[in-house]
Design a protein. Structure first.
Length: 117
């Protein structure tokens, strides 16, 4: 499946952004979806994931309570609503698809999120 993330930008600390990840493949609802991020000089880290029909979600402790992952299978899109953003949230955010949690086969190009203090 092909994935394309969008919605990044520059925002002040405390602000909000909503990222989108559109899929061009078939059977979007067959995939568990995840968001990951990579800051300069750091390894890629898990942010959030969502089950095929949105029943189950997981979050990294660092974003719990501030970020919300959701999906619209009719639109083949997964979202990441980010609120109360902090400078340490600055990173390139990418989406991924896979057959199950923690097993992602397809990755999209990232979108840059920059949070200024």
């Amino acid at each position: 499946v092909q994935l394309q993330a969008s919605g990044g930008g520059l925002v002040q600390a405390g602000g909000s952004l909503r990222l989108s990840c559109a899929s061009s493949g078939r059977s979007f609802s067959s995939y568990v979806m995840g968001w990951f991020r990579q800051a300069p000089g750091k390894e890629r880290e898990f942010v959030a994931s969502i089950s095929r029909f949105g029943v189950t979600t997981y979050y990294a402790d660092s974003v719990k309570g501030r970020f919300t992952i959701s999906r619209d299978n009719a639109e083949n899109t997964v979202y990441l609503q980010m609120s109360s953003l902090k400078p340490e949230d600055t990173a390139v955010y990418s989406c991924a698809a896979g057959p199950r949690f923690a097993e992602y086969d397809d990755w999209g190009q990232g979108t840059q999120v920059t949070v200024s203090s």
